[in-house]
Design a protein around this ligand. Structure first.
Ligand code: NAP
Length: 211
């Protein structure tokens, strides 16, 4: 999910290189990988239809779809916030419910959620994003507890700003100071490549230097 972003595309490349047969979900047909499914995550009907087409056994699921909103609490649009929470959290929960039977059948297996530094800390100017990612963090931790003894590893992977997508539109950023999509993809490949008796429950990535 989110395979049409630079981060998602890098994840698909890394997992393909690791031997996985990847299927990417998104809406932007021009940016999706060769094996893909057009899905609007705001639509429960579309999500359920795409879930029904998945194989019975799954090895890895990466939920990388996400929306940003750079608006302070006293200026944000509640309609935009609704959409953001739907894509970042509600759809992630629905997709998780839908893929867990396949991940359990394919265990040992991995479920990876793209979190954010905003899953762990508050930031001024994007309260809806911070709220959605905090919610995703809580959900990921709980899902891990529900399936850990059935060999599904669940990881919240939280990068700081990445030189991709909305990261490039963050106020005052210099792209050369940011993480790169390949850094996130390398971390996903490492997470899903850990031995079955290990679960990297939470992984945070930050650029080494601030200047
Ligand atoms: N960029 C950063 O600095 C940064 C930092 C930390 C974490 N992250 C996380 O990394 C992930 C990707 O972020 P990004 O910055 O690369 O954003 P992006 O380039 O804007 O990509 C957003 C992705 O979400 C998908 N998406 C959005 N709404 C959707 C919908 N209604 N239905 C289906 N797919 C939808 C988009 O697919 P379509 O365009 O095909 O609809 C796209 O693949 C997000 O979870 C974000 O929170 C990003």
């Amino acid at each position: 999910m989110g395979a049409s972003s630079d981060i998602g595309a890098a994840v698909v490349r890394a997992l393909t290189a690791a031997g996985h047969d990847c299927l990417g979900w998104g809406r932007d047909v021009g940016r999706l990988p060769a094996r893909s499914r057009v899905v609007d995550l705001r639509s429960p009907t579309e999500v359920d239809a795409a879930l029904a087409e998945l194989p019975e056994r799954l090895a890895v699921v990466v939920y990388a779809a996400g929306l940003f909103d750079w608006a302070p609490a006293d200026a944000g649009d509640p309609g935009v916030w609704d959409e953001l929470v739907t894509v970042n959290l509600t759809a992630a929960m629905r997709v998780t419910r839908g893929v867990l039977p396949g991940l359990l059948a394919g265990a040992p297996s991995s479920l990876v959620f793209l979190g954010s530094a905003a899953a762990h800390s508050a930031f001024a100017g994007n309260p809806a994003y911070v709220a959605s990612k905090h919610g995703l963090a809580g959900f990921a931790r709980s899902v891990f507890l529900d399936v850990r003894d059935r060999d599904v590893a669940v990881t919240l992977l939280s990068p700081g700003l990445v030189a991709a997508g909305a990261g490039l539109r963050a106020p005052g950023v210099r792209p050369e100071q940011l993480l790169r999509p390949a850094d996130v993809a390398d971390a996903v490949a490492w997470v899903v490549g850990t031995p079955p008796h290990v679960c990297p429950v939470e992984v945070q990535l930050q650029p080494q230097r601030t200047a």
